[in-house]
Design a protein around this ligand. Structure first.
Ligand SMILES: [Zn+2]
Length: 202
């Protein structure tokens, strides 16, 4: 389940009044798809300010919100965009790629045997020597000590039950998990486009 308190603890929304002193490099733009949902939550879809401004001039994005900070050039003055939306919708595939990172994300960066978040590795639930394959349904996140302890046995043989049976997640499910891991900086103007629950409970 998505935990709003966790988000508040990990990531504080910063007020716009901090803007004028803000370093240019600390002014990334949150990138929304044409339907105004973030392109991704983890990592959060952010562009450096230069990329955002270039995209504005190429008519590829609309500016949704801006920082107070401005950039000046001989030909224009412009507030730096803090939220932009793509004009053309980018279709997300229904199923994410089977990658090491996505397996971690599916398992919320936790060992599926003991819950540890440290020294994470991957484990074949059914060991390879017993015909276990390298697939979404047979690979889980395991900490190194658990991985070692389990060895070439099945969870039942090792007496180590799997916390959550591994499945092939949909992109939507991974996005939900991605919300649990916000970066430690979130700008106030991003609030409306992220984390419904925070806004509702605040
Ligand atoms: Zn473990």
């Amino acid at each position: 389940m998505f935990n709003a308190e966790l988000i508040e603890k990990v990531a504080r929304f910063r007020g716009v009044d901090e803007d004028p002193t803000r370093n240019l490099s600390a002014c990334p733009a949150l990138v929304l798809n044409a339907d105004y949902t973030p392109l991704s939550y983890y990592p959060l879809s952010l562009w450096p300010w230069q990329t955002a401004i270039k995209a504005v001039f190429l008519d590829r994005v609309d500016i949704v919100a801006s920082y107070e900070r401005e950039v000046h050039s001989p030909s224009f003055d412009m507030k730096i965009p803090s939220v932009i939306a793509l004009r053309q919708y980018v279709k997300q595939s229904e199923f994410p790629a089977f990658t090491r990172f996505n397996v971690f994300l599916r398992d919320r960066f936790q060992c599926q045997y003991c819950g540890s978040r440290e020294h994470l590795t991957f484990d074949h639930v059914t060991p390879r020597r017993l015909g276990g394959r390298t697939t979404w349904e047979n690979i889980i996140t395991a900490c190194a000590p658990c991985n070692m302890k389990k060895g070439g046995r099945t969870p039942r043989q090792a007496g180590m039950p799997v916390h959550q049976a591994p499945i092939r997640p949909t992109s939507w499910q991974l996005q939900q998990h991605g919300k649990l891991f916000p970066p430690n900086y979130l700008h106030e103007t991003w609030r409306d486009w992220l984390y419904w629950d925070v806004e509702l409970e605040a």
